[in-house]
Write a protein that binds this ligand. Sequence first.
Ligand SMILES: [Zn+2]
Length: 396
Amino acid sequence: MARTYIADVTVFDGARVRRRQGVLVDGDRIAWTGAHARAPREVRGARPVDGSGRTLTPGLIDCHVHLNFDGGPDFAGEAAQMGLALASIKATANARKHLAAGVTTVRDLGGLGTCELAGAIERGVVPGPRLVAAGRALTVTGGHGHNVGFAREVDGADAVRRAVREEIKAGAKAIKVVATGGVLTPGIGATFTAFTPEEIGAAVDEAHSWGRGVAAHAIGSEGVTGSVRAGVDSVEHCVQLTKATATAMAERGTFRGPTLSAAFGMIEHPAEVPDYALEKISSVIEDAERSQALSLRVGVRHVCSTDAGTPFNPHGGAALELARLVGWGMRPLDAMVAATSNGAELLRVPDIGVVRAGAVADLVLYDANPVDDIDALTSPRTVWQGGSVVAGRAPR
Ligand SMILES: [Zn+2]
């Protein structure tokens, strides 16, 4: 594979910004990075890319998507028509939309056929971001998501443990537990507490023993607190957050995935989404904003979680999610950390989410610096995955 040298570029390396850098890509890895003025002799003969005035970042990581869903107004209606074949076709089509948006890794938190798609992408059968699939989500009987096919109903600690083993056997690289009710399931309150502490504890214990991280869907205060106490790795939505639980998250390093794009997608389209969904999201949106401010104040670590596939929340929307996080008070630098190195740590994928020698060459080049202007993320110039250009313009 050819070598590429990106010269005299501003680099966001997953933690901080450095100017006048050089990055040498050899095969699928970063071979060298440092001050452009001190570039080693090996850069001669590499294909040159002019980085001056531009910014290079790690490929973005979206820690919460549903590839089976297109982001249409009626989530439950879309689910009702979905068999395995259609689910797989949609997932394949939606996956590549992330690449075009500079997103080179995603975690699917509830899907059909997604573990198989992850393998197909890894083998190069179809293009797509690196895919960490949770397989089917775990929910209580009659709980949030029971109607959408990608969640399985399971009750009691032993049954939860068995379900975790079955999803891992089927290829899951993460586990998703639905700890509370949800907005998009009719007939169930959004803040309702679903799993017992014993059930969530069993899921976490079993998943961790297999080296898998656990994501909890949690909206209500009791479910959020119970999930954090049980030791989940990320709390998705995390809407009703108490000071004590926010502090516990900061101390334990529990990640928070706010999924603002899911909330805004519904709030901004009141006439098009089902009434039950609009009512539920409207009843908790102020809690969401308050919890965002609280979590930033006490130092909770964040990831980029779009919940793409929910109403008016199409795939490839990580840039918009990050702009929304900034709109709700997050510093752009912290939003970039959330979408890169924090995501890699949460997903337990080594050597991504950073720009450093030896890391995987998942990289995005922008014409402006997203740490100065987060909106720069909406127009990536060139996207590399494993050292190959997978979207955007050919580099010059
Ligand atoms: Zn979700």
